[in-house]
Design a protein around this ligand. Structure first.
Ligand SMILES: NC(=O)C1=CN([C@@H]2O[C@H](COP(=O)(O)OP(=O)(O)OC[C@H]3O[C@@H](n4cnc5c(N)ncnc54)[C@H](OP(=O)(O)O)[C@@H]3O)[C@@H](O)[C@H]2O)C=CC1
Ligand SMILES: O=C(O)CCC(=O)C(=O)O
Length: 424
C-alpha cells in the first residue's frame, strides 16, 4: 500500500478545456468552418495502457501509461513523454493538442502527440525506470515509428529514457532505428544543441518580446519558476545576454537574490546535490509561490501547468511572461493579464525551440549526417525569431494577444493543410 496517490489538486482548471477556450477564440476570429473545427478539436487517437513492472523488491506494480495523438495532418505526430504523478488523460490530451499548434506555429512538418506515465521517478531506482520505459515502448510499439509517431523527453524524462525507447523499438524492428525518438544521447544519434534547445528558444522569445516592449535586457530583472532542463538553460542563456536572474525555484522552494543569482554556481550546486536546489546558499529562500509575484520585468514559468490562475494573476508585477512550461497560464487568467497590460509569450511559441531541434535531430538521423552545434543554433534561432515576428504581426493585424495570435497562425496552417489533403 505504499503507492497511494496524492489527492487531486482541487479547483485546477481542466487543461484540455483551457486549451479549447483559446482555440475557440482563434477559430472564431478565423471564421473556421464547422466541419474543420470538429476535426481539429478532436484528438485523433487516445491510448491508455496498463504497464506491469517488476520492482526491485520482487513485487509487481502496474502503472498507467498514455499516448495521445492529437493530429497527424501536418505529418507524423511528435511530442514528449512525461513521467510524473500528475499525469492523466486530460493533461495528456491538452499537451498533445499544444504540440499540434506548436509545430504549426514554427512551421515544422509534424502533427502533435504527447505521452506519459503516472509514476514518481524520484522514488524509483534506475532499473525500475528502465523496465517501465521498455514496457511502455513495447506496449505501444504499433503506435511509434519514425514516420508515424516520434516521442521525445518531457518532465521527468531525458536522454537516458530516450536511449531505452530507441533500443526497445530497434529490437522489435530487427535493426537500428534511431529516428524513432529525439532527445537521445549524442552517441546514439542525438543532436548537438538539443539539450539546451528549449531554454535557448525561450531566451530568443524573451529577448524578441523585450525588444517590442522596450525593456533593455541589461537593466532587466527576471524570475524563473522551475530549474530543470528548460528553466536552468533559459536562466543561463538570458544571464549571458545581460539579464539579471533574481529568482529561481524547484520543488524545494524559491531562491531570491536581488543582486542577481550566479546561475552557473546554482547549476553546479543542483548537479552536485541530487538534482535539487535544497540548501542553496547563494540566495535567500522564500516560499515557492512568492516567486511569481516578485517585482521583476520578466517572469518565466518553466515547471508545470496552471500556476498562473484567475486567483493570482492580479498579483503579477512582471510586464512580460514567457512560457517555458506548457500550459502554465489558465484560460481564466488571460483577461486579468490583459487588463493589467501583462504580455504573455505563449507556450506554443516560447518553448518551441525544443521540438524545432528535435526536428533537426530527426532530419540528421535520416540523412545519416551530423550538423555542427553552430548550424543547429543558427537555424533554430532563425526559426524562433521568424515565428515570433509572424505571431507579433498577426496580433497587431487581428488586435489580439500574442497567445490568440499564435493559435490563429497554427489553426490557419493546419486547417489549410487539411483542406488540401482532404479525406480524413
Ligand atoms: N524538455 C523540453 O524540451 C521541453 C519541456 N517543456 C515543458 O517545460 C516544462 C518543464 O520541463 P523540463 O524542464 O523538461 O522538466 P524537468 O523535469 O527537467 O524540470 C522540471 C522543473 O520544475 C520543477 N518543479 C516541479 N514542480 C514544481 C513546483 N511546484 N514549483 C517549482 N518548481 C517545480 C522541478 O523541480 P524538482 O527537480 O525539484 O522536481 C524541476 O526543476 C514542462 O511544462 C514541459 O512540458 C516544453 C517544451 C520542451
Ligand atoms: O522535442 C519534441 O519532440 C517535443 C518536445 C515537447 O514535448 C514539447 O515541446 O512540449
Amino acid at each position: 500500500m505504499g503507492y497511494i496517490e496524492p489527492a487531486p489538486i482541487k479547483d485546477k482548471e481542466n487543461p484540455f478545456e483551457s486549451m479549447m477556450s483559446r482555440f475557440n477564440v482563434a477559430a472564431q476570429a478565423l471564421g473556421l468552418e464547422d466541419e474543420i473545427y470538429n476535426v481539429l478539436k478532436s484528438p485523433y487517437k487516445q491510448v491508455i495502457v496498463s504497464l506491469p513492472v517488476t520492482m526491485d523488491d520482487g513485487s509487481i506494480r502496474v502503472f498507467e501509461g498514455y499516448r495521445v495523438i492529437h493530429s497527424n495532418i501536418l505529418g507524423p505526430s511528435k511530442g514528449g513523454v512525461r513521467f510524473d504523478m500528475g499525469v492523466n488523460l486530460d493533461e495528456v490530451k491538452a499537451l498533445a493538442a499544444w504540440m499540434t499548434w506548436k509545430c504549426a506555429v514554427v512551421d515544422i512538418p509534424y502533427g502533435g502527440a504527447k505521452g506519459g506515465i503516472k509514476c514518481n521517478p524520484r522514488e524509483m531506482s534506475a532499473g525500475e525506470i528502465e523496465r517501465l520505459t521498455r514496457t511502455y515502448t513495447q506496449t505501444l510499439i504499433e503506435i511509434f515509428g519514425p514516420d508515424r509517431d516520434i516521442p521525445a523527453p518531457d518532465m521527468g524524462t531525458g536522454p537516458r529514457e530516450m536511449a531505452w525507447m530507441m533500443d526497445e523499438y530497434s529490437k522489435s524492428q530487427g535493426m537500428t532505428v534511431n529516428a524513432v525518438v529525439t532527445g537521445k544521447p549524442l552517441v546514439l544519434g542525438g543532436s548537438l544543441g538539443r539539450t539546451e534547445a528549449t531554454g535557448r528558444g525561450v531566451m530568443i522569445a524573451a529577448l524578441s518580446a523585450m525588444e517590442k516592449r522596450k525593456i533593455n535586457p541589461f537593466n532587466a530583472k527576471c524570475a524563473i519558476q522551475g530549474f530543470g532542463n528548460v528553466g536552468s538553460w533559459a536562466a543561463k542563456l538570458l544571464n549571458e545576454r545581460g539579464v539579471k536572474v533574481v529568482a529561481i525555484s524547484d520543488i524545494s522552494g524559491a531562491y531570491f537574490n536581488d543582486n542577481g543569482i550566479d546561475i552557473n554556481e546554482a547549476i553546479a550546486y543542483r548537479d552536485a546535490n541530487k538534482n535539487s536546489l535544497e540548501g542553496y546558499k547563494g540566495a535567500e529562500k522564500i516560499p515557492g509561490d512568492e516567486l511569481l509575484f516578485l517585482d521583476v520585468d520578466v517572469l518565466i514559468p518553466a515547471a508545470m501547468e496552471d500556476v498562473i490562475t484567475k486567483d493570482n494573476a492580479g498579483k503579477i508585477k512582471a510586464k512580460l511572461i514567457v512560457e517555458g512550461a506548457n500550459g502554465p497560464t489558465s484560460a481564466k487568467a488571460d483577461a486579468i493579464l490583459k487588463e493589467n497590460d501583462v504580455w504573455a509569450v505563449p507556450d506554443i511559441l516560447a518553448n518551441a525551440g525544443g521540438v524545432t531541434v528535435s526536428y533537426f535531430e530527426w532530419v540528421q538521423n535520416r540523412l545519416g549526417y551530423k550538423w555542427t552545434r553552430e548550424r543547429v543554433n543558427r537555424r533554430s534561432d532563425r526559426i524562433m525569431k521568424t515565428s515570433f515576428n509572424h505571431v507579433y504581426e498577426v496580433s497587431q493585424q487581428y488586435d489580439v494577444s500574442l497567445r490568440i495570435a499564435a493559435y490563429i497562425v497554427a489553426i490557419d496552417k493546419v486547417s489549410n493543410t487539411y483542406k488540401y489533403r482532404g479525406g480524413f
